[in-house]
Structures are given as C-alpha cells and as structure tokens.
Ligand binder design. Structure first.
Ligand code: GTR
Length: 330
C-alpha cells in the first residue's frame, strides 16, 4: 500500500468515526436533486417544481430534497438538456420546443393549431398520448415525469400589429431552437432566427430581430414588452412545458422512491395549473397597463399557411396516428 492510499484510508476512517454510525447512515441516504429552469423565482414552473420538492421531502421523511436553480443559473435550455441527459443535472423543466430536434414525438403537441383550446390540450396530455410522449424521452437518457401548461404562444414585434399574413412578410422573428418552430414561422412568410431565450431581449432592442412569439407570462417576465409592443393574438402553438429527470439520477433511487417521484410530479401538475391561470391574467393586465397594443387575429389564413408543416414533421405513420388521436379526443 502506498503512503497516499494509507493516508486517504485513514482520513475516511476518521470521518466515519467522527460522524458516528447513526448520522453516517442518514447521510448516506440523503440526496438533494438539482433542478434547472430558465425562468425567475416565483414563475409558475419554478414554483411547481418547488412544490414537487416539498411533496418529496414530506413523503421520504426528508431523505430527498429538491433545489431549483432558477433564472438560467445552470445555463440555457439546450445546454441544460444535455447536462440532464448525462446526469450532471438531476431534473429539468423545459419547453417541448428545444426537444423537438431530439425526440420526434415532442413535435406533435407543439404543432400549429393542433389543440382546440387549453382544456383540450390538458385532456390529451393527461391521457394515453401524453403517456406515450413521456416514454419517448427514455432513449435520450431521460425520464419524462409530467407536462405543465404554457398557455398559447402568439407573435409580438416592434414594427406593427400583425393582422394578416402580409404583416408577417419579411419580419425577422426569433424562434425556439427547433426546426419545427423555424419552419412554422417561415411558412407564414417571416424570417425565423433560432436563438436561446436569454438573448432575445437584446436582439429585440438592437433590431437583430423585429419580434418573437410567446405566451403572456413569458412576454412579461422576459420584459420583451418593453422592446416589442405589438402583441398579436395568433395563439399558433400551445406547446406545453415538460418536467424530466435524468435517467442516471432516477436509477440511483430505490423502486419505492422512484414511484414517489413519479406520483409527486403528477401531483404538481394541478398546482402548476392554478399558478398558471393566475399568472397569465396578471401578466396580461400588467403589459396592457404598460401600454402595449394587443390585437385579435383572424386565424384561418395562418392555419392554412401552416398546413404543410404537418406532412413534414408528423408524416410517419406513428406521428400521424398521434395527430389523429389528438383530433378525435373530445
Ligand atoms: C417559454 C418557455 C421556456 C422557453 C421560452 C422560449 O414559454 O416556458 O421554457 O422555451 O418560452 O421561448 O425559449
């Protein structure tokens, strides 16, 4: 045995002695799962994951806790997805959009005008289609735990209200880093520029892009309303949020704890929906009071222009069946 090995062994033995047998075993079981979110503290997704953490703590007698790293402390979504896949981050709340290029099934709920309304989206994501999509994360090294609301995405820009397809022509529009979003926006005649969310404010401010698309709470909390005051209610995508766990972290848990994690995540959905409803109303009122100009849009021409997207992104028999299952869900 080398000197170094003896020294390390001694340190370990001393540490065990100092900690005492009872606290050693308690320590060995305690884990704090690290969860990523780009949104700020207080945003519904952040609060829903915190609630999930409270449930876990309660149900494991404090053995499993969750720490939410909000405000992109762990990076932008594309980076944190990679880190979650490889177990560097345990949990991640992201939109389906950044997964579109990695997991084909995630495209379906992000498709333009696929859902009739939020109630329809919730019924679908709570049912067999939702379960199938959650399972589709596995080959990526992720466990899909739950879907969260994300409202409806609409266009906003600094130039003019969008009322017709003509108003989209030539507009430089930031999109999520997803080929689906890129093609959806280009299909309307605009010039889509994929970009991480953290770069959008300054891109709008400096004119690198004229506009973007998002729901009321993100438009407000990213403060995009300050630099792009025309919000046109196209509601072209209801792409939900997804809460995933690293398979590496999941596999470290006992089967009982895995079940506790799954159940707590599902239970956090109801909390998220309440928080979302409240935040949507507040965000819309706040940006309207700040002087933005919102307008309704006749959606029919937008629906028609985006039709080719279905063939390109949901053309396989499996995805076509999923689209059909969604359309026939009451
Ligand atoms: C938000 C979503 C984020 C992020 C963002 C974006 O609605 O909650 O996860 O995807 O949109 O546009 O990048």
């Amino acid at each position: 045995m080398t000197f170094r090995a003896i020294a390390l062994g001694t340190v370990a033995a001393l540490a065990l002695l100092a900690a005492g047998p009872a606290s050693t075993s308690a320590l060995a079981q305690e884990v704090t799962l690290r969860s990523a979110d780009i949104h700020p503290d207080g945003y519904p997704t952040v609060e829903a994951v915190k609630y999930f953490g409270e449930l876990l703590k309660e149900r494991t007698d404090g053995r499993i806790a969750v720490q939410v790293f909000h405000s992109a402390q762990l990076g932008q979504e594309k980076e944190t997805i990679e880190q979650t896949r490889f177990g560097v981050i345990d949990l991640n709340r992201v939109n389906m959009g950044p997964f579109n290029n990695l997991v084909p099934a995630t495209v379906v709920p992000a498709l333009p005008f696929i859902f009739r309304d939020t109630a329809h989206m919730r019924t679908v994501m709570d049912g067999p289609v939702g379960e199938e999509i959650l399972k589709s994360f596995e080959p990526l090294g992720l466990v899909g735990l739950a879907f969260y609301d994300s409202g409806a995405r609409s266009f906003y820009n600094s130039k003019h209200p969008i009322r017709t397809l003509d108003d989209m022509k030539g507009l430089k529009v930031r999109v999520i880093q997803s080929d689906l979003f890129l093609d959806m926006v280009n299909a309307l005649g605009a010039n889509a520029t994929p970009m991480p969310p953290g770069e959008v404010y300054s891109a709008l401010q400096t004119g690198v892009v004229d506009g973007a698309e998002n729901n009321w709470p993100s438009y407000e909390s990213f403060r995009h309303f300050e630099v792009a005051k025309y919000y046109s209610i196209t509601q072209h995508s209801l792409s939900p949020e997804v809460f995933v766990m690293s398979k590496t972290s999941y596999d470290r848990l006992t089967p009982e704890d895995q079940q506790i994690v799954r159940a707590a995540a599902k239970e956090s959905v109801a909390r998220m929906r309440e928080l979302w409803e409240a935040r949507s109303g507040e965000a819309e009122a706040k940006v309207r009071a700040a002087g933005i100009e919102a307008n309704e849009v006749d959606k029919a021409p937008f629906v028609a222009a985006m039709q080719p997207i279905y063939e390109k992104y949901a053309g396989t028999p499996e995805l076509k069946a999923m689209v059909e299952a969604i359309r026939t869900t009451e």
